[in-house]
Design a protein around this ligand. Sequence first.
Ligand SMILES: [Zn+2]
Length: 443
Amino acid sequence: MTDRTLITDGWVVTGDPALGTVADCDVLIENGHIAAVGPNLDRTGADVLDATGMIVTPGLVDTHKHTWQSAVRHRCTELDLMTYFGEMFGRLGARYLPEDVYAGNLLGALSALDAGTTTLMDWSHVQNSPAHSDQAVAALRDSGIRAVFGHGWPLVDLPAWISGSVLPHTDDVRRIRRELLADDDALVTLQLAARGPELSTMDVTRRDLAMARDLGIRTSVHMGCGKPFGALAAIAQLGRAGLLGPDLTFVHCSESADDEFAMIADSGGSIALAPQHEQAMPGIGHTPIDRVRAYGVTAGLSSDTEAFGAADLFTQMRAGLAAHRSQLADGRSRFGGALAPFSVHEVFAMATQGGADVLGLGDRIGSLTPGKRADVVLIRATDPNLFPVADPVAAVVASAHPGNVDTVLVDGVVRKRAGALVGPEPARARDLALASHRRLLDA
Ligand SMILES: [Zn+2]
């Protein structure tokens, strides 16, 4: 039997260049994938979601979030980068129990869904034991979000793992690949969240990347986050070692050198940007959208951590635009070439198809293209902060917030409806997060 859902009469922003943006348009979903986009589709046997007065978009894609930190959200809003490291990794992270990871991940995944983020790359550098990893994955699955679990390192005995480390990435990722996340078509899949040459030796980096490639998974690495890290020119080191490739994503790159952006572009790699954090947390540097655009690097947006900033990608889109246009206005770019313009449509593409490409999921999600999985968001355009709408993308990028998100579907399943998350998980997440929050701060 075919499971059919029909979204009717919305202002549909497909994100697909061939289909464009269409008013009074339907989206037909069959068995979790988009079957058709167009006016007056056949509604026989379909559950109908009336999208009259709503903007219908692809789900937003968050390319890097330390979801485990969500239950201690806003704890680091006044901190600079190095103090944040000390607080989250040194003081709190080492004390995380498996249930704290579960609570943080469940809360953080739900806050993402609430904000129209349907895919989340969970950058999880709190692998204090195999049970921590298992709980991280369990929470992602329980939330219903599409997720990429990025398996990182432990925060116990931290200096040994991040200061010129000679320790290879833990073998437990092989168990996770084999027993938990073997299916690359599943809702939750696996990546390596690696340390790279900034935190470990080149021998270890070479071994870690070889392991990821042997396991058939992609790798994400923080790079150039702050001047001391940028000065190491770690992307150039990877280039000289012949290790760059299309399976690598670099996070931030705020203090990476111009030639390193060219190397990423040439190798088919990608960058995960977090403009709110890059602009607002002292010590990270400056969001490198100018150089991403100049060198044509594939890029997505990310919410980094709720310990510092917002969970939603609307905030990241606006922060990215503001940062780039402040450079356009006064020519303050550090990049020597001409600054490329950056439109609301381009930043919206970065938050959808760009993010999907960054995660290696670009052929499955990122646009409302028939054949892709049905990750869809309905935004109430009749709300006081959005109405009247002339250009739906301009309205969403300029003014939308999670409170305008009416309905969210992931893989064709409704996860938010009439402005509220569905199911028992939100109430459970609140209880677990509060208990974890109290326990961690007491500890
Ligand atoms: Zn990060």
